[in-house]
Ligand binder design. Structure first.
Ligand code: UT7
Length: 319
């Protein structure tokens, strides 16, 4: 008997306020052309002052439950990936649990920044495979706008707010499911991308990044993560229906596509609309592809992402 975690639902939410690139020209020395040329980003969504990360995550979770035909009381575990929690403690996951009314679940947060959704997926997958839970809600949600330094032109144009969620169900010998997750980290690169504050520093930090170093590492590390994932399943690029990368920069996405000879038509890209939404970016891309009809049950996909830590990882999923 082999148990696997099957994705049975998917949802997303973005706040209604859209901020276009041109609006940054009033705040800092930048242009719409520079941002599009260097990142591919055209706009991002920004949470309303009274909207918190849990609100975004909860809205995406409701959609995921609905698309799976499930209700909140069916959920056994809620795993939330976020780097912008509502409070230092308790977890944003317990807030979402209460809002949803998922009173049969236990709930926890995962902090792996932009790789957070892959990490959360791995944690939930293992709970399901070991039988500790049967139904898992995995949510990536962020209000990155709250930790941006709006004077730092090298970072403030890059991020946006949003949320995405999937529902996973433990099934016996299914034809679909999560085939594997692979997680990596290298703390020696801690200073390449970080927030310059935190609870033990008694300071609310903002994002600091060595963009070139992160970019170089992203192409190299995600490249080997893709290679490892393909090799482990004896797969070739041709076997994969969709590549679902973390949406940080179109240049990283294109560099990887070029390296592996992946036609861009097989890559889900929405960075132009949402910018980098950190842990929300991969589930937002999944929801985009499900909603527009590209991603269908039975197709084989690879998700991959990298973020502060550095942390990175991949997931191979028969959708
Ligand atoms: O989600 C986690 C993963 N994060 C990432 O993957 C981010 C990875 N890095 C990147 O996406 C890119 O490095 C950036 C988009 C952040 C920057 O692009 P770049 O091509 O690496 O530019 P750069 O940092 O080398 O800067 C080139 C120039 C600099 O000016 P000088 O020194 O050549 O005069 C910057 O000061 O561009 C300048 N610059 C800007 N100019 C106009 C930096 N930000 C801006 C800006 N507008 N917003």
């Amino acid at each position: 008997m082999a148990y696997q975690s099957v994705v049975t639902g998917c949802g997303s939410y973005v706040p209604s306020k859209i901020m276009m690139n041109a609006e940054f020209s009033e705040l800092i020395d930048t242009t719409d052309e520079w941002i599009i040329d260097r990142t591919g980003i055209k706009q991002r969504h920004i949470a309303a002052p009274d909207q918190f990360t849990s609100d975004l995550g909860c809205a995406a979770a409701i959609e995921a439950l609905k698309s799976a035909g499930k209700v909140a009381s069916d959920v056994d575990v809620i795993v939330v990936a976020t780097t912008t929690p509502d409070n230092i403690f308790p977890s944003t996951a317990t807030k979402i649990q209460a809002k949803l009314g998922a009173h049969n679940a236990f709930a926890l947060d995962i902090q792996a920044v932009c790789a957070g959704f892959i990490y959360a997926l791995a944690v939930a997958d293992n709970f399901l495979k070991t039988g500790q839970a049967k139904t898992a809600l995995v949510i990536g949600c962020e209000t990155m706008s709250r930790i941006i330094d709006w004077q730092d032109r090298a970072t403030c144009v890059l991020f946006g707010d949003g949320a995405g969620a999937v529902l996973l169900e433990r099934q016996e010998n299914p034809e679909r499911g999560i085939l594997s997750t692979r997680l990596y980290s290298d703390g020696r690169l801690y200073d390449a991308l970080y927030a310059d504050g935190g609870a033990s520093q008694s300071k609310h930090g903002t994002i600091r990044m060595n963009g070139r170093e992160v970019m170089k590492n992203a192409v190299e590390k995600l490249g080997s993560a893709i290679e490892n994932a393909l090799e482990a399943h004896n797969l070739t690029i041709e076997d994969i229906d969709w590549f679902v990368p973390h949406q940080a920069n179109i240049r990283i996405i294109k560099a990887l596509a070029e390296k592996f000879n992946i036609p861009l038509e097989k890559v889900i890209i929405n960075v132009e609309k949402y910018a980098n939404t950190s842990a929300a970016s991969i589930p937002l891309a999944l929801a985009t592809a499900v909603t527009d009809g590209r991603l269908k049950p039975g197709q084989l996909i690879i998700c991959e992402g990298i973020g502060g830590g550095l942390t990175w990882g991949s997931a191979v999923i028969r959708w």
